[in-house]
Design a protein around this ligand. Structure first.
Ligand SMILES: [Zn+2]
Length: 261
């Protein structure tokens, strides 16, 4: 086992156009030989710089969408392509796609995949529609434990967990349900946890022009749980700190303390 460390991003030296992203991977139920708590600690930093618009373009892609066939047959060919692909996958597992139990599976799997990736059909403008309110409030807003479901883009298997969001309003606040919709929009795509974290943070920053946004995600990846380390309690934590959460260690510390409570 390795313990990997690197320096955290030098937040204080940069403006909010810089992203500080750290990644911690740890086990909550360590093997008995590692006592009392074995921890893999991996921290990396990345910076996605230049101007804010470029940042948004980088982390909020707009992708083409395959939709379920409508009653008038529209999108039927695309959906048929997906079913054919699933038939092929089943066949190559060695099973019989024509047997009773699998006969409807390509259709069900295609429908499920479209649901799992319905976030491609959303965009930030629609979600934010009339949901940003003027409010003379400049204290931290923290929303914890928002559940999410996503698909790992490397293995197309789920990763699930919780999102914690903190932001410092700058005379504007966002409806709580809209935070959930933003998470849903980005998590219902083929994702990486690191990118999901950045996209949520950047979208909120754009929405409320906040003095600072912090997003922390804790997730369990089925590709690690079922085939990698094969330990069911393995979790991965990622964070993205923008603005004052990046520049001011005390504000960041206050947020992390509140999340742990
Ligand atoms: Zn994966």
């Amino acid at each position: 086992m390795h313990i990997l460390t690197s320096s955290p991003p030098p937040c204080g030296l940069y403006s909010q156009a810089w992203l500080g992203v750290s990644v911690l991977v740890f086990r909550t139920a360590p093997p008995a030989e590692f006592s009392p708590l074995f921890r893999i600690f991996a921290m990396s930093s990345s910076r996605i710089a230049s101007n804010e618009q470029q940042l948004m373009d980088t982390v909020i892609p707009h992708s083409p969408v395959v939709k379920k066939p409508s009653d008038d047959g529209e999108n039927g060919n695309q959906f048929e392509d997906m079913m054919t692909a699933y038939r092929s996958i089943i066949k190559h597992t060695g099973d019989d796609v024509e047997r009773q139990g699998l006969f409807k599976t390509p259709k069900c799997a295609a429908e499920a995949m479209l649901f799992f990736t319905k976030g491609y059909e959303e965009n930030l403008d629609n979600i934010l529609n009339e949901a940003v309110f003027d409010e003379d409030h400049d204290e931290m807003v923290l929303v914890r434990d928002i559940e999410f479901f996503s698909l790992c883009e490397h293995h197309l298997v789920p990763f699930i967990g919780k999102v914690h969001i903190g932001y410092i309003p700058n005379k504007k606040i966002l409806g709580i349900s809209k935070l959930e919709r933003i998470i849903e929009m980005f998590s219902r795509r083929l994702q990486l946890q690191e990118r999901l974290t950045k996209q949520i943070a950047t979208a909120i920053l754009q929405a409320v022009q906040s003095a600072g946004v912090a997003v922390v995600i804790e997730a369990s990846h089925m590709c690690m749980v079922m085939r990698g380390v094969q330990k069911i309690n393995t979790t991965t934590s990622t964070s993205c700190m923008l603005g004052v959460f990046c520049d001011d260690p005390k504000t960041r510390e206050e947020l992390l303390t509140l999340i742990k409570k």
